[in-house]
Design a protein around this ligand. Structure first.
Ligand SMILES: [Zn+2]
Length: 255
């Protein structure tokens, strides 16, 4: 259910509907289909999923965290991948983590600050954000900032408590959080029969093979180990003599 082939099916349904667009273009429209990606753990996986989209002549919005503990969005390698995605037509946004904050004024200021940092470092304007694990108070706040779009603002997301996939809503929202499509799977019917649609996927969950949750975590951990081995190898000349040991331990996958 989480293979690239499965993802291509979803893109096909979205493209067939004929109203796919980004957040800024969709603002004020009566109908739209927005594809969004919140990037956790791995910039590489976002980059790979972007390639799948580009092969199908499709683009979407990828939100990256600035304060993530598993990847550094400002590393040279990651910035190169993100710049390339942007150059190829993908929209890049901030995936803002609350990190325990609840004060709405501070949250608003931090979002503007972080968007400024990311824009300056990446070298292009960022003007869209989504919130990582939003608490309901932040969703209810419906944050709107001048010139900046919130993926959860009421134009793109219908906030309500106890919403299920049966609840009538203005915007049909489908998300793959924790390998579960809680508000319905983006089937052809779910995409076509709703005027306003927002689909959220987490690129770390999607692979060429399409693993279940457990095997997906395994493959992700292997990739991150490989990344660390490469990082140490790139920094320390004497690591080469140990490298074989780690590679032979079969924890090295390489990518
Ligand atoms: Zn998130």
């Amino acid at each position: 259910m989480f293979s690239f082939e499965d993802y291509k099916e979803i893109i096909k349904y979205a493209k067939d509907k004929g109203n796919c667009m980004g957040y800024h273009e969709a603002l004020g429209k009566d109908e739209f289909t927005i594809m969004r990606h919140d990037v956790e753990y791995s910039v590489e996986r976002a980059y790979e999923l972007s390639k799948v989209e580009l092969e199908m002549d499709f683009t979407s919005t990828f939100f990256f965290q600035l304060t993530n503990n598993s990847y550094n969005v400002l590393s040279r390698k990651n910035m190169a991948m993100i710049r390339e995605m942007h150059k190829e037509g993908q929209t890049i946004g901030l995936h803002y983590a609350l990190n325990g904050l609840t004060d709405m004024d501070i949250i608003r200021k931090e979002i503007v600050r972080d968007i400024g940092i990311m824009s300056e470092m990446l070298g292009f304007e960022i003007n869209t954000f989504s919130i990582h694990r939003p608490i309901k108070e932040v969703l209810a706040e419906n944050i709107k900032l001048p010139g900046i779009i919130n993926a959860y603002q009421d134009d793109f997301f219908t906030f309500g408590e106890n919403i299920t996939d049966e609840t009538p809503v203005d915007v049909k929202y489908m998300s793959d959080a924790n390998h579960i499509w809680r508000y319905g799977y983006p089937t052809e019917a779910n995409i076509k029969n709703n005027k306003k649609v927002q689909i959220l996927t987490h690129p770390f969950a999607w692979t060429p093979e399409g693993y279940d949750n457990m095997d997906n975590y395994k493959s992700l951990i292997e990739e991150k180990e490989s990344e660390l081995i490469d990082s140490i190898d790139g920094e320390c000349k004497d690591f080469k003599e140990y490298r074989e040991y780690f590679v032979d331990k079969a924890i090295y996958r390489g990518f």
